[in-house]
Design a protein around this ligand. Structure first.
Ligand SMILES: [Zn+2]
Ligand SMILES: [Zn+2]
Length: 342
C-alpha cells in the first residue's frame, strides 16, 4: 500500500519534508481487529509534536495520523461489530488496558497503557490501517468522509475540553487560538450554551474574522483584554503567552483548560510575567486535557450529527501531507486540514 512514512525526527524549519511517500507493507488484522481502507485522515498539530520530537513515537519508521475515516475491508478473527463495507472512524485512542483503575472508572484516556493511533501504532496517513473493533466508531451519514475526519480529534478532544471547563449556559467562554478544534468548539458551545458569549483570541486576523463568521461575540488579538471576564477558557495554542493572557481574563473562580499535548519552549519565559494576584488568585484554576475516551468520541459524533455541525475542511492529496503540515506550522489555517486518500 501507499503511505506517508516518518523515518527521522527533526524541526520542520530545517526539515520541511519529514514524510516520505512509500510502498509500505499491507497490514493484516489480528485477533479482534478490523482492516480499514482509509479514505480520509485529518491533520493535527500533534503530528508536528511527533515529527519535531516533543512527543516522539516509540518506534520509527511510523505512519502518523489519528483522525482516519474509511471502510471495513476485512474483519479479523473474533470480531463481530462490523461487516465489510461499513464506514468507520479511528481516533487518537488506539487502545487502553481495560482493567486499571482509570479504565474501570471511565478515564481510559489516563490509562498508563494508553496507546495512540499514529504514534504507538501505525495510523491513517496510509491506504490501510488495522484497529481493535472496540476502538472504531460508526460515522453518521450526514458527514462526508473528509468532513468527518476532524471530528475524531479536533472535535472529540474539543468536546472533552469544553466539558472540563464546567461551563454553564449564560457564562462567558474564551477560546485562545482558532484552528481546527476551536472552530468546532465554537459551534458546539453555541449549540450547548445558547445564552453564553464566546470570545476568541488569536494573533491571526484571518482566524479572528473566521471566528466572527461562525458567531463569536468578539474576536481580538492574543494579548487583548477580554471585553467581559470569562468563566471558562480553552487554550489550543502551542505557546505560553496565551496561557498567561487567558488567566488574566478569567473571572474569579474561572477555569482555563489547556488542550495541547505538548507546549513549545520558544516563549516559555512568558511565564515569568505570571503575577499571582492578577493571574491566579481568586481561585482561578488551570487544567490540562489529556487524550480522549471512546465515550467522548461516540458522544461527540452523536451530538455533531444532532446539531448539524459544519466542519470547515481544506483537502490535500495524501502525497501533499508535508505541505499540509507546513501550513499548520506556519498557522495558514482556516478550519481543518484533511488528507484525501485514494
Ligand atoms: Zn489530534
Ligand atoms: Zn487502563
Amino acid at each position: 500500500m501507499k503511505a506517508m512514512v516518518l523515518h527521522t525526527l527533526g524541526n520542520l524549519a530545517s526539515h520541511p519534508d519529514p514524510l516520505t511517500l512509500s510502498d509500505w507493507r499491507d497490514p493484516t488484522p489480528g485477533e479482534g481487529e478490523i482492516l480499514v481502507r482509509v479514505s480520509a485522515c485529518g491533520v493535527c498539530h500533534t503530528e508536528l509534536d511527533e515529527i519535531e520530537g516533543r512527543l516522539p513515537p516509540p518506534h520509527l519508521p511510523v505512519v502518523l495520523g489519528h483522525q482516519a475515516v474509511g471502510r471495513v475491508e476485512a474483519a479479523g478473527p473474533g470480531t463481530s461489530a462490523f461487516k465489510t463495507g461499513d464506514r468507520v472512524g479511528v481516533a487518537w485512542i488506539y487502545s487502553a488496558c481495560g482493567h486499571c483503575r482509570f479504565c474501570l472508572s471511565g478515564r481510559e484516556n489516563l490509562c498508563p497503557e494508553f496507546k495512540a493511533t499514529g504514534r504507538d501504532a501505525h495510523g491513517g496517513y496510509a491506504q490501510y490501517l488495522t484497529v481493535l473493533e472496540g476502538f472504531a466508531y460508526p460515522i453518521p451519514s450526514r458527514f462526508s468522509d473528509t468532513a468527518a475526519a476532524p471530528l475524531l480529534c479536533a472535535g472529540a478532544i474539543g468536546y472533552r475540553s469544553l466539558a472540563l471547563t464546567g461551563l454553564q449556559d449564560g457564562q462567558n467562554l474564551g477560546l485562545t487560538g482558532f484552528g481546527a478544534s476551536a472552530h468546532l468548539v465554537l459551534q458546539l458551545a453555541r449549540h450547548r450554551y445558547p445564552h453564553s458569549k464566546v470570545f476568541v483570541f488569536s494573533r491571526s486576523p484571518e482566524e479572528q474574522a473566521f471566528a466572527l463568521e461562525l458567531g463569536a461575540a468578539w474576536a481580538g488579538a492574543t494579548e487583548s483584554e477580554s471585553p467581559e471576564k470569562l468563566a471558562g477558557c480553552i487554550d489550543t495554542t502551542p505557546a505560553w503567552k496565551p496561557v498567561v493572557e487567558a488567566l488574566r481574563n478569567l473571572e474569579p473562580g474561572g477555569r482555563l483548560v489547556i488542550n495541547a499535548i505538548r507546549k513549545e519552549v520558544a516563549d516559555q519565559d512568558s511565564l515569568l510575567q505570571l503575577d499571582y494576584p492578577h493571574h491566579l488568585w481568586q481561585e482561578k484554576e488551570i487544567k490540562s486535557v489529556a487524550n480522549v475516551t471512546r465515550n467522548d468520541v461516540m458522544a461527540f459524533l452523536q451530538l455533531a450529527d444532532e446539531m448539524r455541525l459544519t466542519p470547515e475542511v481544506q483537502e490535500f492529496p495524501l502525497a501533499d501531507a508535508n505541505q499540509a503540515l507546513m501550513e499548520l506550522k506556519s498557522r495558514k489555517i482556516r478550519g481543518a486540514k484533511v488528507l484525501r486518500i485514494d
